[in-house]
Design a protein around this ligand. Structure first.
Ligand SMILES: Nc1ncnc2c1ncn2[C@@H]1O[C@H](COP(=O)(O)OP(=O)(O)OP(=O)(O)O)[C@@H](O)[C@H]1O
Length: 249
């Protein structure tokens, strides 16, 4: 079953074409990473896929029931507690208070937020706790599709790793499909089933690879080996290696 289809999607900003007739299918339960150098249109594509930007040409067909979104900045409501932030989508959908509370607490458990943290306000939280809150808010409606736009770029290495593990375990538990934009090839190899490479020279997708091993079976050694083989031996990844300015010293 197809969870998401992008059919010939094109987009331009001020007459400059960024994406030209992009086609992409994401199957149910599949996590697809979008990688590519800065400015190639990853965020634009994920925003179009999520319905936040109207494409100038082409169609987005969603086969999922409900989606969640996780951005680089947690975008929490500063005046609401952690619990109310997590429950916010339930409030919008008109769920009664008791149900909101139960489901928000369950989502908080999934992302390992402590019960004592639920009454805190965003200003009182660490960066990692804020991002956990944002993940819990994205998961509270039990989405079968999640859009991730560089969700962990701002976090330090250890925390980033914990958040990636969280995505892997919650994707297994909740069986959602997703599109995951990242600059970090190791992150893509760790969390995704499939890696799709965007290239601004072709204004779209230049190719894709299925990541070896199942998500839960990968360890540091296999992730490192896969990244190395992509960067050293696979021409699809050569421009990522060469032109992503964030990789330069
Ligand atoms: N709202 C906008 N108005 C005008 N130009 C834009 C807008 N949003 C993005 N762009 C331009 O479109 C191009 C693609 O941007 P986009 O953010 O989609 O790329 P990206 O691959 O996600 O980049 P990064 O990895 O740096 O976040 C860039 O050149 C960017 O400057």
């Amino acid at each position: 079953m197809t969870a998401l289809t992008l059919a010939g999607v094109s987009h331009a900003y001020f007459g400059r074409t960024i994406l030209d007739r992009v086609k992409l299918d994401v199957l149910a339960g599949q996590l697809v990473a979008l990688v590519g150098p800065s400015g190639c249109g990853k965020s634009t594509l994920v925003h179009i896929a999520a319905g936040l930007i109207e494409p100038q040409r082409g169609r987005v067909v969603s086969g999922y029931r409900r989606h969640g979104m996780i951005f680089q900045e947690p975008r929490l409501l500063p005046w609401a507690t952690v619990e109310d932030n997590i429950a916010y989508p339930l409030r919008l959908s008109g769920a009664p208070k008791r149900e909101r509370q139960e489901r928000a607490r369950h989502a908080a458990d999934v992302v390992s937020l402590d019960r004592r943290d639920l009454e805190k306000y965003p200003i009182e939280l660490s960066g990692g706790m804020r991002q956990r809150t944002a993940i819990a808010r994205a998961l509270v409606l039990e989405p079968d599709f999640v859009f991730f736009d560089e969700p962990f770029t701002a976090l330090d290495v250890a925390l980033k790793r914990r958040m990636q593990d969280l995505v892997i375990s919650s994707a297994v538990q909740s069986r959602f499909a997703g599109l995951f934009v990242t600059h970090d090839l190791a992150e893509a190899v760790r969390v995704a089933d499939r890696i799709v490479v965007l290239d601004e020279r072709v204004r779209g997708i230049s190719g894709e690879r299925f990541v070896p091993l199942e998500r839960g079976e990968r360890n540091d050694t296999s992730v490192f080996a896969t990244v190395q083989s992509y960067l050293k031996d696979d021409p699809l990844f050569s421009h990522i290696h060469d032109t992503d300015e964030r990789r330069r010293p």
